[in-house]
Ligand binder design. Sequence first.
Ligand code: TMP
Length: 217
Amino acid sequence: MKEVSGDLISFEGIEGCGKSTQAKLAAAFLDEQDLKVLLSREPGATAMGRELRRLLLSPDFAPETMTELLLYLADRREHVRKIIQPHLEQGFLVLVDRYIDSTWVYQGYARDGDLDLIDRMNELVTGGLCPRRTFLLDCPPEIGLQRARKRNLTDGSRGCEDRFEQLDMAFHQQIREGFLLLARQHPERIVVLDATRDVENIHRQIREVLEALYVVR
Ligand code: TMP
């Protein structure tokens, strides 16, 4: 195993943008380089998080905005303290499928929420742990939702659309805009990728960034 100091990398984007596929490919690539890698996700990485995810994504509940925000933050706190931080301390590269930016966009920007408050809450629950790089997979919501629906049909574990996928196109458009705005605010951290391109092409771009950061030749 090569020793690098631990680092956090996140993958973000609208529903069906392909971030989970890309996170898996990136993890496999880093693993092939003999680096210590952990692939994780939000919400739902810890035992408690899995219960929170079930509640958050169920169409049976429509939590009030602040309740929803607090549940995502509770999931993040458990994740950071019990999984991310211990792995970083052991020198792992931790790849997360969604993190702080999803909260900023979904609970903040797209809902006219208090963005400063969300920044402060994210800071509080993560202890200021920010990703070194964030890959934002950007595509029009029509394309993302089409993919997400196809996935729901073929994926037995998600037989029906979850609560977010049921929201209307205008909401998803807002989500996309929010992510792009964040990318303009943090150009040193957020790498925007055209998610309408094919999987291999996107993976190659991600690999180049990761190689420059972690692969010593
Ligand atoms: P997924 O599509 O990556 O499985 O994410 C589950 C849903 O949770 C997705 O619709 C985005 C939403 N979400 C938030 O609204 N806020 C958050 O902070 C996170 C992490 C996810």
